[in-house]
Design a protein around this ligand. Structure first.
Ligand code: CA
Length: 616
């Protein structure tokens, strides 16, 4: 993610070491609670409260052992390392803190695990992931637009401001997702961003255990997850390990100086993700990539600090275990220390071996992206443990392929050339593929607002290898330029009371929008049952004459896709595809339901995509 700058300067907060009496309550204990029976029996609780650092800690709870109590530079923190033995019974565990004869006790809850949640099926190539920016999708509850005491108020006329969209708005439209055929929702971050400005996008968290109350808070998030699950829709949580918001208490009252990567004056990252895998990178460049700040209002977390690493890993596990989310999208993957990211992903997968995590490594070449995928055999020995890559190289190919004249390496040939590099990925089919997202030019703009290009792009996205991700509103031809964030994140029509166009009710849509919506949902709903698309192999043929032909196939099923960028109707002689057509006699055109009685010659209209379900 990239964002606009605001001029706020972080001050290194001096830590008061003056003696103060121990009378204050513990303000925070994080994680908020934990579970018995986790695969990893270790837990590090961070306690926060005025001068609690020198306290003596006692726990008397069967099965639980204190391994270590660690005060740190800031006396307002205390880290308590526990081992929760096998067989420990769920319950409220009393923790006593004593200092100078004064004792206070509080209860920390150890819950029983909800087995079903931890056994869930994560997202995979059978899904279509629909990306939503929650502030900009639908305002289901206007009462939460402004919350007393929170810094930024709603202002729908400010393109950089909060517009009032929320989780209730997503809950109210679960039927819409079902109807158009998407099966998973990725929401841009929903954790509290109590920042002075630009807080709508969610990438500057101020409390990692609190869903922003302007989105509805933790309870409504849970309601969304449960109601989505009841309709067979998965929820993917967007997480950030690289940075937090300037207003986070961990910045304002920092536990220790190296909780953050700090510099004498504000120092930006060089944003060169290549440096992490580049065999020739200088130490200076690697340091700036990892330690430089993403932005002035986003302090850079130091994952090399084991307290920070524990804090983030446990927070992410907490959300999985607590809420039953079905997967994670991790932001800015190459920006933190790479060994920390490796440790992070491994810790999640050790706890949830079948979990899927997709990571944003915004790099435009295949080797640099594949460096991060699980089981990659990197020359430097690095192992990132990340199951799914957000596929920027294929995105780049798609952003050109459907509008550009065909050539040896241009137009549709870009798709072929890019996919031919898949040997570099350990698991290319698990990549998250997309035509657009919240950070890049919307696809219909990229496609020069050409309906045929829109259809070709949609057909390709939903039939090639990978997990398709669709950005809200592209189905009704929303437009927007990448360099201008607000234009990519316009309110979804119909999400606000009084909107003149209502996509949810198909009201007042222009004919072209109706056509685009119908095209997407026809293919998306068809895709739900297509094993050949979910797990079949991809076989493609060298493109020529403006045409790119490929097949997705299992032992028994096969889908043939023809993408054609010529401006004249043509007839395709299928002889050279015999190895994949053998045994199939007829086909169904998935979009028109038309039957093709003869596969020897196939009529292909000018500038079109054909998706054919082959029949024996
Ligand atoms: Ca609202």
């Amino acid at each position: 993610m990239k964002m606009r700058k605001i001029s706020v300067i972080i001050f290194w907060l001096s830590i008061s070491l003056l003696g103060q009496t121990f009378a204050q309550n513990i303000e925070k204990a994080q994680p908020l609670h934990w579970w018995v029976g986790m695969r990893n029996s270790n837990l590090q609780i961070m306690l926060y409260g005025k001068n609690i650092g020198k306290s003596e800690v006692k726990i008397n709870y069967k099965g639980v052992k204190i391994k270590k109590v660690q005060p740190v530079e800031n006396p307002n923190y205390l880290f308590v390392d526990l081992e929760i033995g096998a067989g420990t019974v769920a319950g409220k565990m009393p923790i006593s803190l004593s200092q100078n004869g004064s004792i206070q006790t509080f209860e920390y809850e150890l819950k029983a695990r909800q087995g079903q949640k931890s056994q869930m099926k994560s997202f995979d190539p059978s899904d279509i992931v629909y990306l939503i920016m929650p502030d900009r999708f639908a305002n289901g509850d206007p009462n939460n637009d402004n919350i007393e005491g929170m810094l930024e108020k709603a202002n729908r006329s400010n393109p950089h401001g909060r517009h009032g969209g929320d989780l209730q708005g997503i809950i109210q439209n679960l039927d819409y997702f079902q109807k158009i055929g998407v099966t998973a929702l990725w929401l841009n971050p929903i954790l509290e961003n109590d920042m002075k400005a630009y807080s709508y996008h969610g990438y500057a968290a101020t409390d990692l255990y609190q869903v922003d109350r302007r989105f509805g808070g933790n309870q409504v998030y849970q309601e969304l997850i449960d109601k989505a699950h009841a309709k067979g829709i998965k929820i993917i949580m967007d997480m950030v390990a690289n940075h937090i918001g300037l207003e986070n208490f961990l910045v304002k009252d920092i536990p220790m100086k190296d909780w953050l990567n700090q510099f004498p004056t504000f120092t930006k990252s060089n944003f060169r993700g290549e440096t992490v895998s580049d065999p020739y990178a200088s130490e200076q460049d690697k340091m700036l990539m990892a330690n430089g700040w993403f932005d002035t209002n986003m302090p850079d977390l130091n994952g090399k600090n084991p307290f920070v690493a524990n804090y983030l890993v446990q927070n992410n596990i907490w959300w999985i275990e607590e809420s039953g989310i079905d997967g994670i999208r991790m932001d800015t993957y190459p920006y933190p220390d790479k060994n920390f990211m490796s440790l992070w992903a491994k810790a999640i997968l050790d706890e949830y071996p079948n979990y899927n995590i997709t990571g944003e490594a915004w790099l435009m070449n295949v080797p640099a992206v594949s460096y991060w995928q699980r089981n990659q055999k990197n020359a430097d020995g690095f192992q990132a443990h990340l199951p799914s890559m957000i596929d920027f190289p294929l995105y780049r190919a798609m952003s050109q392929a459907f509008k550009e004249p065909y050539g040896w390496e241009t137009g549709l040939a870009r798709l072929y050339v890019t996919l031919s590099q898949d040997f570099a990925y350990p698991n290319a089919i698990n990549n998250l593929i997309f035509l657009d997202n919240h950070d890049v030019t919307r696809f219909f703009t990229d496609a020069n607002q050409n309906m045929s290009a829109y259809k070709m792009g949609t057909a390709f996205l939903l039939t090639t290898r990978g997990i398709p991700q669709w950005y809200y509103g592209t189905e009704v031809l929303m437009t927007g330029e990448g360099a201008d964030h607000p234009s990519l994140r316009v309110d979804f029509a119909g999400g606000w009371a009084g909107d003149k166009v209502n996509v949810f009710k198909n009201e007042n849509l222009r004919p072209a929008q109706q056509e685009a919506l119908a095209y997407f949902s026809k293919l998306a709903n068809w895709r739900k049952t297509q094993k050949a698309i979910h797990k079949g192999k991809l076989t493609h043929f060298v493109p020529n004459d403006n045409m790119y032909v490929y097949f997705r196939h299992t032992e028994t099923e096969s889908v043939m896709v023809i993408l054609y960028s010529g401006y004249k109707d043509t007839e395709l002689d299928t002889q050279r595809f015999a190895e994949r057509l053998k045994g199939f006699k007829t086909a169904k055109n998935v979009i028109t339901d038309e039957k093709l009685g003869n596969l020897d010659k196939i009529k292909v209209p000018a500038y079109s995509a054909l998706v054919l379900e082959l029949e024996k």
